[in-house]
Design a protein around this ligand. Structure first.
Ligand code: NAP
Length: 331
C-alpha cells in the first residue's frame, strides 16, 4: 500500500508509516505541478498534501483506492470536501499543534508593522542611519490600542492572550458569541472601533473576500490590518488602495494570489510587511504537524476513528480554481 506525501516533512514522523509496511513516496522539492500530482497519486491509499496542493475531484478520481487525505494544515480550503464525501474519502487536519506558532507570527507582524521594524532594518542596512532623531521612523504604541479579532477560535484566542500582555484592549467577531472576557461585536461595528484588525477565520464561501472594498474603507484611518489566516479573505486590489490611503499598514502572512508575483504592487508599499505563509513554521510545530498528519492517516487505514476528522461541508470549491488563486469560487 502506497502513501504520497507532497513535500518533505521535518522530523521522523514518516518513519512510522514505513514501520507499518507502507510504501512512502515523498515529492522532494517545492511546488508539485498538477500533472505530476495526478501521475504520482495513482495507486495511493493515503495522501498527505500541503496547503499549496489543490486536491479536487480529478485528483481523487486518479487515485482510485484513496481512503484518506491527511492535510498537513488546519485549513482545508484546498480540498474539495464535497468530492471527498461523495467518494467516501476521509479528510483530516492538524489543529491545535500550530495554534501558538501562528499566534506568535501574528504578533511578530503586528510589531513589525506598528514599529516599522522592516523599514528600520533596511534604513540601517542601507547606510542611511547617520544620527538619532526624535522623529525618526515614528510608529504606533500598542499599549491602549484596540485589537479587533475576526474569528475567535483557537488562534484568535491565542492572539488575544498575547495582546493583553501588550496592554491592548480586545474585541472580537465570530459567527456566535463565546463565553469569553472580551466584548463580541458585529463585524461592521468592530471595523469602526478597532485600531488593529486581525483575521482568524477559515476560508469558506461565507468568508471569501470578507474584507472587501467597502469594509476596508470602513476601517478607521490609521488602522493596521493583519492576515495570518487565508489570502482569499481580503480583496487584494482594494487593500493596495487602502494602504496607499487611510490605513497605517498591513501584516500579511497569506495573500491572494499566493505566492505573490515578484512585481506585485504590495511589495512596493513600505507599510506592508509580507511573509511567505510561515505562520506555523516553528521547527517543533512543523514536526508535530507531521506526527498528527501521520496519526490521522494511520488511524483511517487501520480502521480507527482519526483524532482530527474534518466535517464534510455542504460546499465545494470549483475544480477549475488554482491554489490560493483569486479565481477560487464555490458552488
Ligand atoms: P478555528 O478554531 O476553527 O476558529 C475559526 C474561527 O473563525 C471561529 O471563531 C469561527 O466562529 C470563526 N468563523 C468561521 N466562519 C466565520 C464567519 N463566516 N464569520 C465570522 N467568523 C467565522 O480555527 P483556527 O485553528 O483558529 O484557524 C483559523 C484559520 O487560520 C485556519 O482555518 C487556517 O486557514 C488559518 N491558519 C493559517 C496559518 C498560517 O500558516 N498562516 C496557520 C494556521 C491556521 P465560530 O466559533 O462562531 O464558529
Amino acid at each position: 500500500m502506497r502513501v504520497l506525501v507532497t513535500r518533505t516533512l521535518p522530523g521522523k514522523a514518516l518513519d512510522r508509516l514505513r514501520e507499518r509496511g507502507l510504501e512512502v513516496e515523498v515529492h522532494r522539492g517545492f511546488f508539485l505541478p498538477k500533472e505530476e500530482l495526478l501521475k504520482r497519486v495513482e495507486g495511493a491509499v493515503g495522501l498527505i498534501p500541503t496547503v499549496e496542493d489543490r486536491i479536487d475531484a480529478e485528483v481523487m478520481d486518479r487515485a482510485k483506492g484513496l481512503k484518506v487525505i491527511a492535510c498537513y494544515s488546519v485549513g482545508v480550503d484546498h480540498v474539495d470536501l464535497e468530492a471527498a464525501r461523495l467518494r467516501s474519502i476521509r479528510v483530516t487536519n492538524t489543529p491545535d499543534v500550530l495554534t501558538e506558532a501562528t499566534a506568535d507570527l501574528t504578533l511578530a507582524l503586528l510589531l513589525a508593522v506598528a514599529r516599522r521594524v522592516v523599514e528600520g532594518a533596511a534604513y540601517a542596512r542601507d547606510g542611511l542611519w547617520k544620527a538619532w532623531h526624535p522623529e525618526l521612523l515614528l510608529g504606533l504604541d500598542l499599549q491602549g490600542l484596540t485589537l479587533g479579532l475576526v474569528g475567535m477560535g483557537r488562534i484568535g484566542q491565542a492572539v488575544a492572550k498575547r495582546a493583553l500582555a501588550f496592554g491592548m484592549r480586545v474585541v472580537y467577531h465570530a459567527r456566535t458569541p463565546k463565553p469569553l472576557p472580551y466584548p463580541f461585536l458585529p463585524l461592521e461595528e468592530l471595523l469602526e472601533t478597532a485600531d488593529i484588525v486581525s483575521l482568524h477565520t477559515p476560508l469558506t464561501p461565507e468568508t471569501h473576500r470578507l474584507m472587501d472594498r467597502r469594509r476596508l474603507l470602513s476601517m478607521k484611518p490609521g488602522t493596521i490590518l493583519l492576515n495570518t489566516a487565508r489570502g482569499g479573505l481580503v480583496d487584494t486590489e482594494a487593500l493596495v488602495e487602502a494602504l496607499r490611503g487611510h490605513l497605517f499598514g498591513a501584516g500579511l502572512d497569506v495573500t491572494d494570489p499566493e505566492p505573490l508575483p515578484p512585481d506585485h504592487p504590495l511589495y512596493r508599499l513600505r507599510n506592508a510587511v509580507i511573509t511567505p505563509h510561515i505562520g506555523s513554521a516553528g521547527r517543533t510545530t512543523r514536526e508535530r504537524m507531521a506526527e498528527v498528519a501521520v496519526e490521522n492517516l494511520l488511524a483511517v487505514l487501520e480502521g480507527r476513528e482519526p483524532p482530527n476528522p474534518v466535517a464534510y461541508a455542504p460546499w465545494a470549491f470549483s475544480s477549475a480554481s488554482s491554489a490560493g488563486s483569486s479565481a477560487a469560487s464555490w458552488a
